[in-house]
Design a protein around this ligand. Structure first.
Ligand code: CP
Length: 308
């Protein structure tokens, strides 16, 4: 399946990608992981506009940009002219005018990109997370990590568990897993279920589903998107007991089953501290694969601009 021109210019939501497009990006990421090198045709410039905190996504994009030979411009949301009231569009238009080729944007506002794509920007845009909307690069690195273990998605049973309603990872992963042929299940506190995802899979009981699952995709409790009242009511040890991957639960997993978590991990809440680096866990492999997936995503945008 050929990617549309829009998809080659920007990557904003996972629904821009047909399953074939996603697999093409993963295959290119695998080639980068195996040592593929590329040579830019002209100097190319990236800027990472993060208006919400990040460790992994930001450093991973920076690493990907540098591995591709790009120049990476400095940007700090807190000291930028956004503090003087400059809009996101004017910020992006500015870096486009200055000559940046790719802007990677994380923003707390869900679908922030809708106001940007109305304009005729030359710069390629990559969504690094929009509120509780989408996280396409996390989704692709998760798919790459699953593919490395199982070689295909058909009939794989994947459980997405935890704070689903506030999670952009849950939204992107459920849609893509369903499209790739996996069987998606959800579990966690009922008040954090998301009925809009029911078309991708059924909601069930964690302990009943666990022994049948191939992939356990844990989600971080997104305290920053939960009301103060609900945060005050939240009890970490009760959550761990009811919905956390404990050592007792891990013993009931299939031998080849893997555990994903987008991180940052609340150790002792979503997962027992000792399981974070257990043989089932792929949490640090996800981070490693993230660099290669982001190299593949950026490469598509650079090819569209005849820079690669
Ligand atoms: N997984 C993820 O998006 O992590 P960061 O918030 O650290 O970027």
């Amino acid at each position: 399946m050929m990617m549309t021109e829009r998809t080659q210019h920007n990557l904003l939501t996972i629904d821009q990608l047909e399953s074939g497009d996603a697999l093409d990006l993963i295959h290119e990421a695998q080639a980068f992981k195996a040592g593929k090198q590329v040579q830019l045709l002209k100097p190319a410039y990236a800027i990472n506009l993060f208006f919400e905190d990040s460790t992994r996504t930001k450093t991973s994009f920076q690493m990907a940009e540098k591995k591709l030979g790009m120049h990476v411009l400095d940007f700090n949301g807190a000291t930028s002219s956004v503090s003087k009231g400059e809009s996101l569009y004017d910020t992006v238009k500015t870096v486009d005018s200055i000559g940046a080729n790719v802007a990677v944007i994380r923003h707390p506002r869900t679908e922030y990109y809708r106001q940007l794509v109305k304009h005729n920007l030359k710069i390629g845009l990559i969504n690094a997370g929009d509120g509780a909307g989408q996280h396409p690069s996390q989704c692709l690195l998760d798919m790459m990590t699953i593919l490395e273990q199982f070689q295909c998605f058909h009939d794989l049973k994947v459980l997405i568990i935890g704070d689903i309603v506030h999670s952009r990872v849950a939204r992107s992963n459920a849609e893509m897993l369903w499209r790739l042929g996996a069987q998606v299940y959800f579990a966690g506190p009922k008040e954090w279920a998301d009925p809009t995802l029911a078309k991708y899979g059924q909601f069930g009981d964690f302990d009943a589903l666990l022994p049948q699952m191939d992939v356990i995709n844990l989600l971080r409790v997104q305290h920053e998107r939960i009301t103060d009242l609900n945060n005050a009511k939240f009890d970490a040890s009760t959550y761990h007991e009811q919905y956390g991957l404990t050592k007792q639960r891990a013993e009931r997993m299939k031998a080849r089953a893997i555990v994903l978590h987008p991180a940052p991990v609340n150790r002792g809440v979503e997962i027992d501290d000792e399981l974070v680096e257990s043989p089932h866990s792929r949490i640090f492999t996800q981070m490693q694969n993230g660099v290669f997936v982001r190299m593949a995503i950026i490469s598509r945008l650079l090819r569209f601009q005849n820079l690669l």
